[in-house]
Design a protein around this ligand. Structure first.
Ligand code: ZN
Length: 331
């Protein structure tokens, strides 16, 4: 199973990229491509929803210090650029070439090659924008090592791109009626009917397994046991990795009043079979409303009561894998 953003087709060339001569020669090659990021959005072609990679001559004047090396595929190197680092005239010209779009809105249409590159570019550009000052002395830091580190201009403190670990877990329970059910919940700002597996960030000094048990308890008051790892997914929104687990519940009663969930519920496999699956990723009610305004109105169409979490997420994978009895102990 390959998740969105999880397949990296580029060779990151982690050793070579520290060599400035090697890096400059890659930067100067005519076949080298540049991936632009604008305030978290990616540059797509105007005529079709596929990424628009540019050549250096389309971005002149361009200096290597403005660029982040992403990796190399079939002798072709890819760099990322924060468009705010380009001259204003270059930024204006970009609008004639392509359009800025949210990565998540179009992930389902992208190849794993493009999704992996855009996620890496977006994650690294975000890190540079949000870590411009040294965390030790507060002075300005500068990008180094091909954009994969920042060094303080004063105390020389070196920092590296960070990833925030978050656990995401499918909790199952065999009920006294002989039917296995799993625990799903929803946040208040999600589109109506969408339910997902529970999730939360790992605390410092905490094991992943302890984070699973703590998050389930905090969000739902359900006691989870025996968490076991299933799979992981990079989640560059803005800088996480989702660590997927399955666990069994030793309690049944749900209480969501102590944390951020609007509602949580036990669902049987039969119920989940009737969930609507999103083909388009819709993050919030505002985005859902915007989409609804552009769709033909059909008053005869009934809204399904429950909907699966977005198709690009590991949550959808965990739910589907449990539904198909590929994970879990209760069948
Ligand atoms: Zn410093």
């Amino acid at each position: 199973m390959t998740f969105a953003y999880s397949k990296m087709h580029l060779d990151r060339c982690s050793n070579e990229r520290k060599n400035k001569t090697w890096l400059k020669s890659e930067f100067d090659k005519v076949e080298t491509l540049f991936c632009l990021i604008n305030d978290g959005k990616c540059l797509f072609k105007c005529e079709e929803l596929s990424p628009l990679y540019l050549h250096k001559e389309q971005l002149q004047p361009l200096h290597i210090d403005q660029c982040i090396f992403l990796g190399k595929s079939e002798q072709k190197s890819f760099f990322a650029i924060d468009q705010s680092k380009l001259r204003f005239s270059s930024q204006e010209e970009l609008l004639a070439l392509g359009q800025w779009q949210s990565l998540r809105q179009h992930t389902a249409l992208l190849s794993t090659f493009d999704a992996g590159i855009l996620a890496l570019a977006k994650g690294l550009v975000h890190w540079h924008k949000s870590h411009q000052f040294c965390g030790r002395c507060g002075n300005l830091s500068r990008a180094t090592e091909a954009g994969h580190a920042r060094k303080c201009s004063e105390c020389r403190n070196l920092t590296f791109p960070r990833t925030d670990p978050a656990v995401i877990m499918l909790v199952e329970k065999m009920f006294s009626d002989g039917i296995a059910r799993c625990l799903l919940g929803r946040q208040p700002n999600w589109p109506e009917g969408v339910y997902s597996t529970l999730a939360g960030f790992v605390d410092p000094g905490e094991t992943l397994e302890a984070a699973v048990i703590r998050e389930v308890l905090e969000e739902s008051a359900v006691i989870a046991e025996n968490p076991s790892y299933v799979a992981s997914q990079p989640w560059p929104f803005p800088a996480s990795i989702m660590l997927g687990f399955i666990a069994q519940a030793s309690s049944e009663e749900i209480n969501t009043s102590q944390d951020s969930l609007e509602h949580a519920q036990w669902f049987s496999r039969e119920q989940i079979t009737n969930f609507e699956v999103h083909s388009t990723v819709i993050n919030t009610k505002a985005e859902q409303n915007m989409l609804a305004e552009n769709l033909p109105q059909d008053s005869t169409k009934k809204e399904p009561k429950f909907k699966m979490s977005s198709s690009d997420s590991i949550s959808a994978y965990l739910i589907t894998a449990w539904l198909n009895k590929e994970i879990g102990i209760y069948t």
